[in-house]
Design a protein around this ligand. Structure first.
Ligand SMILES: [Zn+2]
Length: 166
């Protein structure tokens, strides 16, 4: 076990700068228009703020490529694109508290995928409510070959957030 196993975590939402750019250009990075929908029920996981939407909030479903956003090289075949909900209007984003968002850990089983710095997948674990999501993340990040983790939903496979060493 290296010191990384005991180190802190940094939880990353879609960056504010990326959100600003997407809102101003009016479409996502894959050509889909910025279409407002009113979330009547609430409960859509927002990747800008890392919380569920509230009933009545304006949200947008966009395509997002999280691996491309995480690496400085061409991720090649690992450059996955998928749907994520974000706030329609400018929001404050997520304030990192150094742990997987507790509201989501209570209800959302996740896959923690471990990536190398080139964007290739190296490892992964499944966590379910009741597990210690942060301990699982630290364990994966204790491998110095791992650069970052992506949490994804288990059934739909959608990207939720990024986990880095603090
Ligand atoms: Zn937001």
């Amino acid at each position: 076990m290296t010191s990384n196993a005991l180190g802190g975590l940094r939880i990353q939402a879609i960056p504010l700068g990326t959100m600003r750019r997407l809102r101003s250009q009016g479409y996502d990075d894959h050509g889909h228009p910025w279409v407002r929908r009113v979330d009547r029920e609430g409960g859509a996981p927002l990747r800008c703020c890392l919380r569920d939407s509230l009933a009545g909030e304006g949200i947008v479903l966009i395509s997002y490529a999280p691996v491309r956003a995480a690496v400085t090289v061409d991720a090649g075949a690992y450059d996955e694109v998928g749907p994520v909900f974000v706030h329609e209007d400018p929001c404050d984003g997520y304030v990192d508290q150094g742990r997987y968002p507790t509201d989501w850990a209570r209800v959302r089983p996740q896959v923690l995928r471990a990536y190398r710095a080139d964007g290739s997948i190296a490892d992964g674990v499944r966590v379910t409510p009741g597990d210690d999501y942060d301990a699982a993340a630290r364990e994966l990040l204790s491998d110095t070959d791992i650069a970052f983790l992506h949490a994804r939903n288990v059934i739909f496979g959608c990207y939720m957030l990024e986990i880095l060493r603090a």
